[in-house]
Design a protein around this ligand. Structure first.
Ligand code: G6P
Length: 643
């Protein structure tokens, strides 16, 4: 039996400290960021686990596996089935006679290498009775592994996660929760884990530190998962775990143990998502469905939040009183990927309309920059999932320095939503496709609402407020109108999708939309694309222009139109094909361009909503034409819960 006293713990930590570089390096090699599920109840466990994993697949799809306990465990071991590849491969490998009555499952996303059968979860101890699934990184796994090997443990994988079942086995004395509690004391790093033991039928023990974990409460059945989508088919009642908590589950009950080892009482939350909202319906893939849902999802983000009479916005969750709002001297926005692009649009808008200095920064940069938190600054953390590690850790860092951070999140109850000081839910409904579309336009809606509210407290007159609110209310209709360009965009995508490189160009508030158009194309079609400020083009990107490199321009009808047209002429003069997303009726630009995709005329500040739509469709149809896996593009995962 392993005795990990304070001295051993100290020495393990010391070695971690001394060899941090290598440990971090090797952890990155094995970094996993995945979906986990556990089930205890009367249904066929393998079916529930496979179904849950199918819905979690967007979190990672390199390999998958399940471990079950029950009648089919005839050799005194848990039954474990793993497969490299997608859930469909695991389903095909499932033995017909598998008959477990409780179990755990995992879908894996590995950053580099290591996509092997052995490295797929669940991992088991040497007796074969303990199985563990893990999401996160165990930073001190090298030190733990050495120590466990000395105790006689035989390791079969290259993962950091395998130390967990071996550690639990060392502490196990007939009570899984006690063993897990003791084992996690030794872990450094992040984890969301679920564990089972063959000798304790129906029991699942979970623990969380930095990776999401949620209990699903059913009638005579219980679930544990990293995401509510895994359980929404079975229950609409969930309980969110916090970092440092452990949960002990059987088919009838759950109990949460806090950091102080005391039992935690927590009320259940009702989920409002419906099963249909996470199904593809009549669409061939989630991304197309989500693009076409945007008129409704934006309308939901705006719903009940425009105060027409006072020409302002009502945002109930900000938790800021009027004087605090009025005294905001600077807005700082932290986010990653598409959410960062929404933040960039927000920063342009807040400065232009509400006259508040605003900056959007990459979360992965901010955290390590020793950011300055000014007294009168207000921070936003923007994240569809609310779980992105870069954004979460950056948020915690600025909160530590005293910042007030508002979350702009889609997933209700997600970690950023819970740990932020207030915020705005965007209500897009579940976004399943890895490439974000409807969450983006709803994040924009949140920034437009906040801008309206802030501007009306400052420089914006009632008349201007009425105009701005009216334009905002007409966004869902404008997006619906733009979606009619579907077939036109598909034809253009077919014509250009064999190009190896693309430039996306815009100015002012459309510059972030150019960045987003390039990101969408890269993510799902694997075509190299660069988003540039059209003004910056002549300082470098123009060197790339040739008849083989198409440029996609966003042309507004504001004060920057003429300048953007000059940039188009510069490209045309060098033989580059030009696709323009412009304003309907702009015959001059249409004549200049090789292809023209019109959007309805509106207040130019609102073009980000409509102009991003043809870019989403363009990326989608290019990817389709090239035979890509649109919903699950290679190497990506939707929710990146490791740094
Ligand atoms: C991942 C996804 C991107 C997403 C980014 C931020 O990289 O592949 O599509 O934009 O994470 O995600 P978040 O959930 O924080 O908005």
């Amino acid at each position: 039996m392993l005795k990990v006293g304070p001295r051993l713990l100290h020495s393990i930590r010391f070695r971690v400290l001394m060899s941090k570089y290598w440990i971090i390096k090797s952890s990155i090699l094995e970094a996993i960021m995945c979906g986990i599920i556990g089930y205890s109840g009367p249904r066929k466990t393998s079916t529930v686990l496979l179904e849950g994993l199918r819905r979690l697949e967007y979190r990672g799809y390199d390999s998958a596996g399940i471990a079950v306990g029950g009648k089919s465990c005839t050799d005194g071991k848990l039954q474990v089935v793993k497969e490299v590849g997608k859930i469909s491969a695991l389903r095909a490998a499932m033995p017909a006679d598998i008959d477990g009555s409780w179990g755990i499952g995992h879908t894996r996303w590995a950053t580099h290498g290591g996509v092997t059968h052995a490295n797929a979860h669940p991992h088991i101890d040497n007796s074969g009775k303990i199985a563990v699934v893990h999401n996160g990184i165990i930073e001190n796994h090298t030190a733990l592994k050495t120590m466990l090997q000395k105790k006689g443990c035989v390791f079969r994988t290259e993962t950091d996660s395998e130390v967990i079942p071996h550690l639990i086995a060392q502490y196990y004395k007939g009570d899984l929760a006690e063993a897990v509690k003791a084992a996690i004391q030794n872990l450094e790093g992040t984890y969301g884990i679920a564990c089972i033991h063959l000798d304790e039928p129906g029991r699942i023990v979970g623990a969380r530190n930095g990776s999401p974990l949620i209990v699903g409460v059913g009638v005579g059945e219980m679930f544990l998962a990293s995401d509510i989508t895994a359980m929404v088919a079975y229950t609409d009642k969930v309980v969110y775990l916090n970092d440092g908590e452990l949960v002990d589950i059987d088919e009838h009950s759950y109990s949460i143990i806090g950091k102080d080892e005391q039992k935690v009482e927590r009320t259940t939350n009702q989920i409002t998502w419906e099963l249909g909202s996470i199904e593809k319906g009549d669409y061939p893939c989630h991304m197309e469905k989500e693009i076409f849902e945007q008129p409704e999802s934006i309308a939901r983000a705006l719903s009940g939040r425009i105060d027409a009479e006072n020409a302002t916005a009502k945002l109930g969750g900000l938790n800021l009183d009027r004087s605090r709002l009025l005294n905001v001297g600077r807005v700082k926005i932290i986010a990653a990927g598409t959410s960062w692009h929404a933040g960039l649009v927000g920063s342009y808008l807040l400065e232009q309309v509400a006259r508040i200095p605003a900056q959007a920064e990459l979360a992965s940069e901010i955290r390590y920059r020793n950011p300055v938190v000014e007294r009168d600054s207000l921070w936003f953390a923007v994240s569809q999932s609310g779980e992105t590690a870069d954004s979460l850790f950056a948020m915690r860092e600025v909160q530590r320095k005293g910042a007030t951070v508002l979350g702009i999140c889609n997933v209700v109850g997600s970690t950023i939503a819970r740990e932020s000081d207030g915020g705005i839910y965007v209500h897009s409904g579940p976004e399943i496709a890895v490439a974000s579309t409807k969450a983006f336009t709803s994040q924009l809606a949140a920034f437009y609402l906040f801008t309206l509210l802030s501007a009306r407290m400052r420089n914006m007159s009632r008349e201007e407020g009425i105009h701005f609110a009216g334009a905002l209310q007409s966004v869902p209709g404008m997006v619906a109108e733009t979606l009619k360009a579907r077939d036109h965009v598909q034809r253009i995508a077919k014509k250009y999708c064999r190009a190896k490189d693309f430039l996306f160009l815009g100015r002012g508030i459309l510059y972030p939309i150019a960045l987003e158009g390039a990101l969408k194309l890269k993510e799902i079609s694997y075509i190299h694309a660069e988003g540039c400020s059209a003004g910056e083009m002549k300082h470098g990107p123009i060197a790339l222009i040739s008849p083989e490199v198409p440029s996609v321009f966003l042309v507004s009808d504001d004060y920057l139109r003429e300048k953007t047209i000059s940039n188009i002429r510069e490209i045309k003069a060098r033989g580059g094909p030009v696709i323009v997303v412009g304003v309907e009726g702009d015959t001059e630009t249409a004549a200049l361009a090789d292809e023209f995709i019109p959007v309805p005329k509106t207040d130019p500040r609102f073009y980000p909503f409509s102009m991003v739509v043809p870019l989403q469709l363009f990326a989608y149809f290019c990817a389709l034409e090239l035979g890509r896996d649109v919903d699950q593009p290679r190497n990506l995962a939707k929710s990146v819960t490791v740094e």
